[in-house]
Write a protein that binds this ligand. Structure first.
Ligand code: FCB
Length: 443
C-alpha cells in the first residue's frame, strides 16, 4: 500500500478541449453468457488442464451480457466521454448475437458516452486459425456485417487488439489461446492479423466509417547494459514487439529482414503491405511498462507469469528500483513519455493522432491508492509527451471492471470497479472516484 505522501498532491495539468477520457474492456473478459455464443479458441484453451492459473473459465466472468445496463450506469456516473469494449466474433456468428451489441450501443449512447468497439480482442471463433490466410478475409466479412448494423451510432472503430501479444503469447509461447508453441514459426499469424487489419480498415470505410484505428501494445525496450550483445538483443526485441507491428501499419513496410520471413512470395507480401499500410485516422497505443532486455542467458526465464524458453535470442531482465504491481510489472510512468516521443521521432508525419487505448495496473483492494498513484503518474507522463509536441487525443484506463485476466484467471484485478465473482456485485474503488474527478477537471 502506498503511503499518503505518495498520493498525488500537485494539480493535474489541463488537457485540450475534446480530449477523450475513457475506459476499456473486452468481450471475453467480461461478458460471460458463454451458452449464448459459439465457442472461441479461448474456450477450448481454458478447458485444458493447467492453462488458467486459478482453474477458472470465462463462462460467467462479470456476467456483463446480462448486467450491461448496470455497467453502463457505472460508465455514466464515472462521466467518461467514451467506452472501449470489444465485439465477440463467435457471438456475432450466433443467432441473435449482434442484437446484444445493438442494445449495448443504444444504452451507451443514451448515457451520453461514445461507443468505441474493438472488432477482435483475441476470442477467435473455434475452427478458425490465424495461421491460415483465409482468416483475414473472413474477418473482413464479419467486420462488414458489424459495421452495417452498428455504423449508424458508432463513429470510432478499432480493428484489432494487440496482434503482437496474440502472436507471441498465443502462437509462439503457448501461454494464451490457441496455445501453440511455434516460436518463430508463429510469424504467419502476425502477418495474417495485420492483413486482417488492413482489410478491415477498407471494409469499415466502405461502410462509411471515417474514424478508424488499431490498438497495438508498445513499450520502450531498454538494453540491460551498454554491452553490444545486450544492445543487439534489445534491438531485436524492439523489432519483434514494437516495430514489426507499427512499421507496416504506419509506413506500409516491414522492418528490414522481416518481410522475407512472412508467408508468400516477395510480390505477394508487397501487395499485402499496400493493404496493411492503409492510412489510419488515429493510432491506438496500449502501454503498461518498458521491458529491459539483454543477450540470451542460455536458460529459461520467468517473466510476468510467462516462461521464456532458453533458445530465444534475447533474455528479459528485471527493472530494478521500481514499485511492482501485483502482476510484478514495474511502474514506470516516464516510459510512456519516452515511448510517445520516440514514436514521433521514428514515424514523423506518418504517425496520425495517438490515443492511449489501454493503461492500468493490477492491485487488490477497494482503497486502491497504488492504482491512483499509477494512473496519476501515467496521465502526467502523457501530458509531458503532449507538451513535447506529440498529438495525443485520448486516454482509456484498462479496465472498467475486474475481469477474467486470461491465463491469470480472476487473480489479477485491473478494475476501477471491484467485482465479487461469487455474487457478481460491483463496488466502485477509490480509483473510480479519483478518475471521475480527473475527467471532470480535465474538461
Ligand atoms: C492487455 C490486454 C487486455 C488486458 C491487459 C491487462 O495486454 O489487451 O485484454 O489483459 O493487457
Amino acid at each position: 500500500m502506498a503511503t499518503d505522501d505518495a498520493m498525488p498532491a500537485r494539480p493535474m495539468p489541463r488537457f485540450p478541449d475534446g480530449f477523450l477520457w475513457g475506459v476499456s474492456t473486452s468481450a471475453h473478459q467480461i461478458e460471460g453468457a458463454a451458452g449464448l455464443r459459439g465457442p472461441s479458441v479461448w474456450d477450448a484453451f481454458t478447458a485444458g488442464p493447467g492453462r488458467v492459473k486459478d482453474g477458472s473459465t470465462a463462462d460467467v466472468a462479470c456476467d456483463h451480457y446480462h448486467r450491461y445496463r448496470e455497467d453502463v450506469a457505472l460508465l455514466a456516473d464515472l462521466g467518461v466521454d467514451a467506452y472501449r469494449f470489444s465485439v465477440s466474433w463467435p457471438r456475432v456468428d450466433s443467432p441473435g448475437g449482434l442484437d446484444f451489441y445493438d442494445r449495448l450501443v443504444d444504452e451507451v449512447c443514451a448515457a451520453g458516452v461514445r461507443p468505441v468497439p474493438t472488432l477482435f480482442h483475441w476470442d477467435l471463433p473455434a475452427g478458425l486459425d490465424w495461421l491460415e490466410r483465409d482468416t483475414a478475409a473472413r474477418f473482413a466479412e464479419y467486420v462488414s456485417v458489424v459495421a452495417g448494423r452498428l455504423g449508424d451510432r458508432v463513429g470510432k472503430w478499432i480493428t484489432l487488439n494487440e496482434p503482437a501479444e496474440h502472436t507471441l503469447l498465443g502462437h509462439a509461447l503457448g501461454v494464451h489461446a490457441p496455445g501453440r508453441k511455434l516460436l518463430f514459426d508463429a510469424l504467419p499469424a502476425a502477418h495474417h492479423q495485420l492483413l486482417a487489419h488492413g482489410l478491415a480498415v477498407r471494409a469499415l470505410r466502405a461502410a462509411g466509417a471515417t474514424d478508424v484505428g488499431i490498438a497495438n501494445s508498445h513499450g520502450p525496450t531498454w538494453p540491460a547494459s551498454g554491452d553490444p550483445a545486450d544492445r543487439e538483443a534489445a534491438e531485436f526485441y524492439d523489432l519483434l514487439l514494437n516495430r514489426m507491428f507499427a512499421d507496416p501499419v504506419l509506413t506500409g513496410r516491414y522492418p528490414e529482414g522481416v518481410g522475407e520471413l512472412m508467408p508468400g512470395s516477395p510480390g505477394e507480401v508487397a501487395a499485402d503491405l499496400e493493404i496493411i499500410g492503409e492510412p489510419l485516422d488515429w493510432y491506438g497505443v496500449n502501454y503498461y511498462a518498458p521491458t529491459r532486455v539483454g543477450a540470451p542467458q542460455g536458460a529459461e526465464i520467468e517473466f510476468g507469469g510467462v516462461t521464456l524458453p532458453a533458445e530465444l535470442p534475447f533474455s528479459v531482465r528485471e527493472i530494478e528500483g521500481r514499485p511492482l504491481t501485483d502482476f510484478g510489472w514495474p511502474v514506470v510512468p516516464e516510459g510512456l513519455t519516452e515511448l510517445l516521443t520516440g514514436f514521433r521521432d521514428r514515424y514523423g508525419d506518418r504517425l496520425p493522432p495517438v490515443v492511449i487505448t489501454e493503461n492500468g495496473c493490477s492491485y487488490e483492494g477497494l482503497d486502491d491508492r497504488d492504482r491512483i498513484a499509477y494512473l496519476d503518474g501515467h496521465v502526467r507522463a502523457l501530458h509531458r509527451a503532449m507538451e513535447a509536441g506529440v498529438d495525443v487525443r485520448g486516454y482509456f484506463v484498462w479496465s472498467l471492471l475486474d475481469n477474467f485476466e486470461w491465463a491469470e484467471g480472476y487473480a489479477r484485478r485491473f478494475g476501477l470497479v471491484h467485482v465479487d465473482f461469487t455474487t457478481l456485485e460491483r463496488t466502485p474503488k477509490a480509483s473510480y472516484g479519483w478518475f471521475r474527478d480527473l475527467v471532470r477537471h480535465g474538461r
